[in-house]
Structure formats: C-alpha cells, structure tokens
Ligand binder design. Structure first.
Ligand code: NAD
Length: 245
C-alpha cells in the first residue's frame, strides 16, 4: 500500500497582491496548505478570508522579524520568495540609501526566509525553493540598475542553494518574469503614462504583458513533485523577452 503523505506546507512571500496572490491561489488549488506574508495588512486579510490561506503580516525590511516568523511557522516544504520592489531612476540619480533599500527587499529578504526554512527542509530531506527574479536580472534594465543587480544576485544565490542542498532532496530554482500586469506595473504605468504599457509589450515576442497566473503556473511546476530532477535552473516566463525580442 502506498505510504500516505502529509499535505505540503507552502510559504509565499509578498502574497497579498499581484504575482504573489496568484501563486497563493494556484498552490491552494494544487492541494497545499498555504501561508503567505506581506506588509499590506488589509490586502492580506482580504485574501486570507476569501481563500482560507494563513496570512502573517511582516515587513521584509525587518530581517529579524523574518527570522522570528520562520521560527513560529513550523516546517515549510515549499518556499516561494516573491517579495520585490522595482526602481524607476537612472543609476546616477540613486544613492546609497536606495541601494541598501532595494538590496534588502529584493535580495536579503530572500536570504532571511531561506535561512529560516532550510533547517527543517534538510531534516525532512525534502524541499522546494522557488525564487522570483526578473528578466532584468539577466538582461539588465535601463532605469532599474540596482533592481537588476539584486535579481541577478538572486539567480546566483539560488544556484548556490541548489548546489549545497541537492543531497537533502531540496531543489532551488528561479523564475525570471517579463512584464506582468500587476499593481507594481499598474503603478509604473500611472506614473509614466500609457505608452509604457505598449513599450513593455514590445519587449516580448508575444507583444503583450503576462498575467500573474502565467507566472504562478511555472511556480506550481517547480513547487511540485514533478520537478524532482530540476534544480539550479532559471526559467524565463516572459513571452520570449529573454531570447532577444
Ligand atoms: N510585475 C512584473 O512585471 C514583474 C516582472 C519581473 C519580476 N517581477 C517580480 O515579481 C515579484 C512580484 O511582483 P508584483 O508585480 O506582483 O509586485 P506587486 O507590487 O504587485 O506585489 C508585491 C507584493 O509584495 C509586497 N511587498 C513589497 N515590499 C514588501 C516588504 N518590504 N515587506 C513585505 N511585503 C512587501 C507588497 O505589499 C505586494 O503585496 C517581485 O519580486 C517582482 O520584482 C515582477
């Protein structure tokens, strides 16, 4: 008789809106128990009561709070590091405070969540880590240099975690989304104007923005048993942007 397996527990960071919320919905639909965290308390409460997912408020600039949250959650089988903030300024217009803040939220928070989750994954000899980077981390970004550096760092970090943890049955992979219609991009369009929508679509072979559910579908694969022989990869989910549209 096949051994009965307990329900997998997934933690999604930045799950209250956009791509993170789509990942929460998808992993719930795939039968996982889902905890998500976010600094948007109203948005998090609304999603939790609509879906039954467990919401934990946290601000990812507070690395000690992330460690405390990790310690209070119990074992996490699937960690999706999704929290991120973008940048809209040329490098010469930025300074050390911007660099620190962008690196803390986009990169160090993933270190802290991964650091909190790994010991139990290693003990259980099972884990799936999925990190949401960006095509900016592979191609660079005009007006997003520090963001791109953080995302490139996330890809290197993920490959290193894959190397260190394959022996424990833990996989670690990165997804590099192209432009996806989320509150992050809606805010940018509101700031810059409608032309930005067309400009971003033009970067892709498919000449459109992605939907959050299209990123969540790729996360679902990396989060599942089906990806058991896939680790250290970075998958572009970007309408072909990565192949030089
Ligand atoms: N939307 C895109 O076009 C796009 C493209 C490439 C990569 N990405 C990446 O995908 C991920 C999700 O992006 P999105 O477009 O859904 O963004 P979004 O702004 O729509 O949602 C991000 C979520 O993260 C939360 N968050 C942000 N900073 C936080 C902090 N300090 N502490 C706790 N929560 C915080 C926000 O409250 C929000 O719920 C990010 O890592 C982003 O860099 C997005």
């Amino acid at each position: 008789m096949a051994e009965e397996r307990r329900t997998r527990h997934a933690l999604v960071t930045g799950g209250a809106n956009g791509i993170g919320a789509a990942i929460v919905l998808r992993l719930l639909a795939d039968g996982m128990a889902v905890t998500f965290c976010d600094r948007d308390i109203a948005g998090g409460d609304a999603l939790a009561s609509a879906t039954g997912a467990n919401f934990r408020p946290v601000d990812a600039t507070d690395l000690a709070a992330i460690a405390a949250l990790g310690g209070s959650l119990g074992p996490v089988d699937v960690l999706v590091n999704n929290i991120g903030v973008d940048q809209h300024a040329f490098f010469t217009e930025t300074g050390p405070e911007d660099w620190r803040s962008l690196l803390t939220i986009n990169l160090e928070s993933a270190f802290a969540f991964t650091h909190a989750a790994l010991p139990a994954m290693q003990a259980n000899r099972y884990g799936r880590i999925v990190n949401i980077a960006s095509e900016a981390g592979r191609l660079g970004s005009k007006g997003g240099s520090v963001y791109a550096a953080a995302k490139a760092g996330l890809i290197g970090f993920t490959r290193s975690i894959a190397r260190e943890n394959a022996r424990y049955g833990i996989t670690a992979n990165t997804i590099a989304p192209g432009p996806v219609l989320t509150p992050m991009v809606e805010r940018a369009i509101a700031e810059v104007g409608d032309k930005l929508h067309a400009d971003m679509a033009a970067l892709t072979l498919m000449k459109r923005l992605g939907q959050p559910s299209e990123i969540a579908a790729a996360v679902a694969f990396f989060a599942s048993e089906d990806s058991s022989f896939v680790t250290g990869e970075c998958l572009g989910v970007s309408g072909g942007m990565g192949c030089g549209a």
